[in-house]
Design a protein around this ligand. Structure first.
Ligand SMILES: *[C@@H]1O[C@H](CO)[C@@H](O)[C@H](O)[C@H]1NC(C)=O
Ligand SMILES: *[C@@H]1O[C@H](CO)[C@@H](O)[C@H](O)[C@H]1NC(C)=O
Ligand SMILES: *[C@@H]1O[C@H](CO)[C@@H](O)[C@H](O)[C@H]1NC(C)=O
Ligand SMILES: *[C@@H]1O[C@H](CO)[C@@H](O)[C@H](O)[C@H]1NC(C)=O
Ligand SMILES: *[C@@H]1O[C@H](CO)[C@@H](O)[C@H](O)[C@H]1NC(C)=O
Ligand SMILES: *[C@@H]1O[C@H](CO)[C@@H](O)[C@H](O)[C@H]1NC(C)=O
Ligand SMILES: *[C@@H]1O[C@H](CO)[C@@H](O)[C@H](O)[C@H]1NC(C)=O
Length: 626
């Protein structure tokens, strides 16, 4: 029993160790419906996942170094200008991210697409014209980045030259300190591989072909057999190389078993590549003294300059590496203003220079990100308004700065130290949804233009909390209900266009007052707005109780009026009848009048009987009086 436990524990421990010792690896075969393994290395590529849209197609690969995969995913402009792969659950760390490009294998797609690639919101690469005609490293972009947030967001931005088409993606974890280049290097430092050369090796290779360490990130090394005509020659050794595969970069030892050395014709070794001007480049130079002619310290000393400046004076490889057949890596970051970068190795002791490998990276500083709160609010707006796919709101709304989401304006907010949305311009886009309450989470908005859509429902009262709002144009939609009272709290408002909707009711007094004084507004063409000059005046503002009261009062009034009319009508009928009777029976009536008259005179003389007689006369009167 104890033994079994011990064994289990032991295995658990071993598994834990081997797990922690393996870097995180994800490879995606874009457009693939099943996992595939590529020859000759039997590398596993997952079936397609994590994409924001696009269409799967058969692929035409352009280079011998692209993995043998048959499918790709392409992103037509109808799916929006910004499309991404968002790969979740990527442990926080430093990664080598490689994206392979492909061509759609259909004659109608004969154009080579040119587009921009961003990683975590930072533009890292623009495909150069002619990339698909090159046979080598133009088939992919490779970068070293920190991934902080559990997600790798790789986006492809249309530039109007064809639809981005992605063949495969590799996300390979490397050491957290990989390619640490000294002070100034930080979590926002991105290295994009410009060139990676294995000198004197006949074939281009990946780390895996060199049987290199997994933590190396499976770099691709281009073969270079000469830097120029007869100025140098390749050499190689089968001896073991010491200190090659060590942290943080784990170079394959075979990289140092070949080299280029200069010849008697030309003692200097000189290598030049074309670069983009006004950028910083990180240059990594690899050496191992494998030349049998050099056996000890002091026999070969080299000055190394980059674009004419001596960056590494007096490099004695044997001395610095601690012996022959031992690896030495030097790195330097240089600012380049021109279009070329030239590395010169000039021997000061001995007659020849030597070099095993060269790596050149463009140094890119990672961009910021939009405040996550605002991103969420935009996503909810996207759903509520039913934005068409062609908007392609994918990736970060504000980044890369060259490719913000369409209809979204961004600004750096100094008070919160974050990038925020300050404008929404979605006018005349055929939107059919409603305006959600949480539009107010975009509380840095200064301008909203949703004019000329088919947006329905009420204007959310939360709009009144976007205090920085200066322009609100909701004209020509189907907004109904009344204008929320809260809009009166928008003290910065300069323009308010609500014309051409189905709004009704009173314009909030605070709002009306201010607009009349200093802002421009338009309330025309609505279902029935009132309350400011130019619009109808409003009835008194009534509470429910008041309305009930008025209703009740109105009923009472109706009853009273009906009663009065009935009475009046009856009386009128009686008068008419009386007149008819009078006309028929005139002597009687006259006699009565006469009689009254007699009574009256009697009364004047004999007060005692007066009342009785008068009463009698009155009591007899009704036929006359009523
Ligand atoms: C694949 O690409 C090659 C070279 O770019 C071209 O000759 C060939 O016609 C393409 N195949 C298809 C099916 O598009
Ligand atoms: C990382 O994600 C969390 C939530 O998923 C968010 O709160 C945080 O701001 C994000 N950090 C960055 C740097 O994007
Ligand atoms: C690169 O060079 C800097 C000094 O310039 C050094 O501090 C750093 O350790 C070097 N990086 C590696 C990985 O050797
Ligand atoms: C190059 O590096 C220097 C020093 O680190 C920095 O001041 C400069 O902004 C960088 N230039 C570019 C184009 O990134
Ligand atoms: C909103 O967009 C419409 C249509 O594009 C335009 O006519 C109007 O001037 C814009 N409103 C504001 C306040 O800029
Ligand atoms: C506004 O329109 C919606 C339908 O678009 C309707 O359901 C709602 O009752 C209307 N509201 C008012 C106050 O008329
Ligand atoms: C207000 O909107 C109406 C149409 O709804 C338009 O005819 C009128 O010119 C607008 N007034 C102003 C001052 O813009």
């Amino acid at each position: 029993m104890f033994k079994l436990h011990f064994l289990l524990l032991f295995f658990a421990f071993k598994i834990a160790i081997s797990l922690s010792a393996r870097p995180y690896v994800t490879r995606i075969s874009c457009g693939a419906q099943n996992d595939v393994r590529s020859v000759p290395t039997s590398t596993l590529w997952h079936k397609d996942f994590g994409y924001t849209g696009g269409i799967r197609k058969n692929a035409n690969t352009t280079s011998f170094i692209t993995p043998r995969l048959n499918t790709l995913r392409y992103f037509p402009l109808s799916e929006g200008p910004e499309n991404c792969y968002n790969i979740n659950k990527v442990p926080h760390g430093r990664y080598s991210v490689r994206i392979y490009f492909g061509l759609v294998a259909e004659p109608s797609f004969d154009d080579e697409p040119l587009f921009d690639v961003s990683i975590e919101g930072t533009l890292v690469y623009s495909l150069p014209p002619g990339w698909s005609n090159h046979d080598d490293e133009h088939a992919f972009v490779q970068t070293l980045v920190f991934l902080d947030n559990g997600t790798a967001s790789l986006c492809f931005h249309s530039t109007g030259h064809g639809d981005p088409a992605i063949l495969a993606i590799e996300i390979l974890q490397v050491d957290d300190k990989a390619y640490y280049s000294g002070p100034g290097f930080g979590r926002r430092t991105i290295f994009r591989t410009s060139q990676r050369l294995s000198c004197g090796d006949r074939n281009s290779k990946f780390d895996v072909d060199y049987d290199g360490d997994l933590w190396g990130g499976d770099r691709f090394w281009s073969s270079i057999m000469t830097f120029g005509q007869n100025s140098d020659k390749p050499i190689s050794t089968k001896s073991t190389i010491k200190s090659a595969s060590v942290a943080p970069n784990f170079y394959p030892q075979a990289l140092y078993q070949t080299a280029l050395v200069s010849t008697d014709n030309e003692p200097d070794l000189m290598y030049t590549i074309d670069v983009d001007p006004n950028k910083n480049y990180s240059v990594w130079l690899h050496f191992a003294e494998i030349d049998p002619l050099v056996t000890d310290v002091g026999q070969r000393v080299i000055d190394i300059s980059i674009n004419g400046d001596i960056e590494f004076p007096g490099v004695d490889i044997v001395k610095m590496a601690g012996g022959v057949n031992s690896a030495l890596v030097l790195n330097k970051t240089v600012a380049v203003s021109g279009r070329t970068l030239t590395i010169t190795l000039h021997p000061t002791t001995g007659t020849h220079a030597i070099i095993s490998a060269i790596e050149i990276f463009e140094v890119i500083t990672a961009e910021s990100k939009t405040s996550p709160e605002e991103v969420k609010a935009l996503q909810s707006l996207n759903l509520a308004l039913g934005l068409p796919r062609r908007f392609g709101w994918n990736g970060d709304p504000c980044f890369p700065q060259q490719h913000p989401w369409s209809g979204v304006d961004c600004q750096f907010d100094r008070s919160s130290n974050k990038w925020v949305i300050d404008g929404l311009g979605l006018d005349n886009q055929g939107l059919r949804g409603f305006l959600p309450d949480d539009i107010s989470r975009l509380h840095h908005l200064q301008s909203i233009n949703l004019s000329g859509n088919n947006i329905r429902g009420p204007i959310p009262s939360t709009v009144g909390t976007i205090t920085s709002l200066e322009k609100l144009d909701l004209s020509y939609n189907y907004f109904n209900g009344s204008i929320p009272e809260s809009l009166g709290e928008l003290t910065s408002l300069l323009t308010l266009n609500l014309n051409g909707n189905l709004l009704s009711g009173k314009i909030p007094a605070t709002l009306g007052g201010r607009l009349l004084h200093r802002a421009s507004f338009n309330f025309t063409d609505n279902a029935g707005l009132c309350g400011i000059p130019g619009l109808p005046t409003c009835g008194p503002h009534l509470t429910v109780g008041a309305k009930i009261g008025i209703g009740f009062g109105a009923c009472v009034a109706v009853v009273v009026i009906a009663t009065c009319i009935t009475c009046w009508w009856k009386r009128r009928q009686n008068i008419l009848r009386a007149k008819r009777i009078a006309a028929r029976d005139a002597p009687y009536a006259k006699k009565r009048t006469h009689f009254n008259h007699i009574q009256m005179s009697r009364h004047n003389h004999h007060g005692q009987h007066h009342e009785n007689n008068t009463r009698t006369a009155v009591e007899n009167g009704p036929p006359l009086l009523t």
